[in-house]
Design a protein around this ligand. Sequence first.
Ligand code: ADP
Length: 714
Amino acid sequence: MDRSITLGLIQNTAILLAFSMIYDYSWVQGRESKTLFKKFLTGFIIGSIAIILMLTPWKQVTGLVFDTRSVLLSLAGLFFGFIPTLIAVIMALIYRFALGGSGVWMGISVIISSGAIGLLWRKYRPSWREGKYITELAVLGILVHLTMLSLTILLPSDKIIETLRNITIPILTIYPTGTVLLGILMVRQLSNWENKKAAEKLIESERRFSEMLKNTPLFSVIIDTNGNITFCNEPILKVTGYTLEEVAGKNAFEILIPEETVNAVRDAFGYILHGKTGHYNYETEMLVKDGSKLTVSWFATVLRDENNVASGVACIGENITTRKQAEAELLNARFIAEESDKLKSIFLANMSHEIRTPMNAIMGFSGLIGEPGLNEKEKNHYINIIRNSGDRLLQIINDIIDVSKLEAKQLSLNLSECNADEIFTNSVETFRKSELLLKKPGIKLLLNLPHNDEDIKFISDYHRFQQVLDNLLSNAIKYSDSGNIETGYSIRTEEGNKIVEGYVKDAGIGIPEDMNKLIFERFRQVEERRFHEGAGLGLSISKGIIDLMGGEIWFTSELNKGTTFYFKVPYLIPENEQRIPVKTQTPIPDLKGKTVLIAEDDYNSFYYIRLLLEELNASILHAENGNVVMRLVRHKVPDLILLDINMPVMSGFDCMEEMNASGIRTKVIAQTAYAMLDEKERCINAGCNGYIAKPIKKSELYEIIYRVINQDIS
Ligand code: ADP
């Protein structure tokens, strides 16, 4: 090779290297922002390089110069694309054309063909870089230069053969090799840049990812294959109360998982780590520093190293404790609702039985009592049955009212001075005479009073206290067949406060242990004892009353051995309760010379009240509805009206309104069968002076009449 070729080659190589550097710095690095101007500018630079190349040729044969523009332009087409290549080609064309000479047409054609082949390669083999790119470059180089050889045809015919003889070998060896080497260089530059970019992107995405993990309200934790914590975000630390130092590197199972579930979680972890899926959803309990527990729903992904070996598990978790609790509450509420539904059905069935039984007796014996030929003893016996059945019915109704009042928090206590000895003695004596006990001759009812020097007086609701005791005594009798029943009380001091503690002890059938708590709920009965009378309300009412008094009721029991119920109430009930002064026996009112109007639509009720009032020597008037009431009072104002509230035509409330409007003033006692809710308050607000609930008891009626008659209403 002569000197000029060597020099030319070196020069060309240097220029092409410069070209590759332009590619690297201006094209590749600025890859993301390629404006049209930049494309033109790049084309201009490549065109200039092509011209420089043409300025530094080497002579092959006389009159024929060679340079590496074919290498430059084909690679320009391949790497730079259409616009820069087009500009470069046009510039090279102009220059070559201006150079002239015998090789002008071939020179021009080589410029066009090289650029075009590069561009076509780029277009039709867009992923040439991804496979065996060296082969691609070699084929491209050979193709470009075979084309170049074939273009010698454009030379003057006398020069074709000689030229071919001279250039074929270098053109098919040096030029393709140059194309390949330069191409490799440019591919490397591109890959380097791409790798760098990828690394930058990776760092950026990792930064974003860890930022997200840090700032998300979700828990995120990464643990290695041994379960040691390698990453843990702020929300976990915040919720668990640990510092980063306390958890970093520690074993997650030991520190974050409650002991009782740790084995199951470890198993799940192993399964995740060695399983095929790579990601899993599961729930665990998480231990908080103070020992409490959270429920967390985790999404876990297995992390793998470059050899695809599991290196740990990344977990994202949501604290679902509140949701879980809400679900549990919902379930519980549903259970309670279903239970209460069941209880209501039992209650209805029970009620029906409890009401029909005394009803049956009342109706049966009131029919029999009218039959001729009955002697006095039989009659009295029947009357007794009717009265007892009536009492039983009334007891049920009272119980239902009490339960409803307790439920509506409408039951209030009437506080007065109570004599404990008196209450216990009263109850025991009444039960000793009761049919309930007389039917069971095997049972003895014993009273055990403390030996006090003076009577124990404490402040409570006399009637309600007695009601509780009566309930317990009646149960003790109902649920025993023999043995002694003992009741009594003691006064004790508990935590500095004086209390009255009563008890009722029987030797009866006992209460199974599983009913311990349930027994005080309304309608609850021990299932297999349904043959005993009772609606299952007594104990729940008793508990309600005792609770209201600020006391406690409980029992101890042994099946088939007996039961002892205890109840304790404070000796003094707090001041904020309604307080009625010391109870004294009310004198019987005298209504001699007084007119009492009984407003009552139900004739039997009227008849009953009339009998009671006649004993007080009153003159009686009767009105069966509100209209009649008004007519009578307009005619002459009576001394007292016993006003039924719920009357046809015109209600008691309407009468009160009209009397108030007309300025008619007299004493009015409202009587209603609605013992519920705010009925009493409504009556008093309507202007009534007193109130009595049906069924009316003689003593209660006398008491209220006495109070009202002696009240000053002017
Ligand atoms: P009732 O007696 O009307 O069924 P209670 O509320 O008074 O309703 O009592 C609920 C249940 O408790 C009774 O059905 C009975 O099974 C049980 N029980 C109450 N007192 C006793 C007792 N002294 N001995 C045994 N069982 C009792």
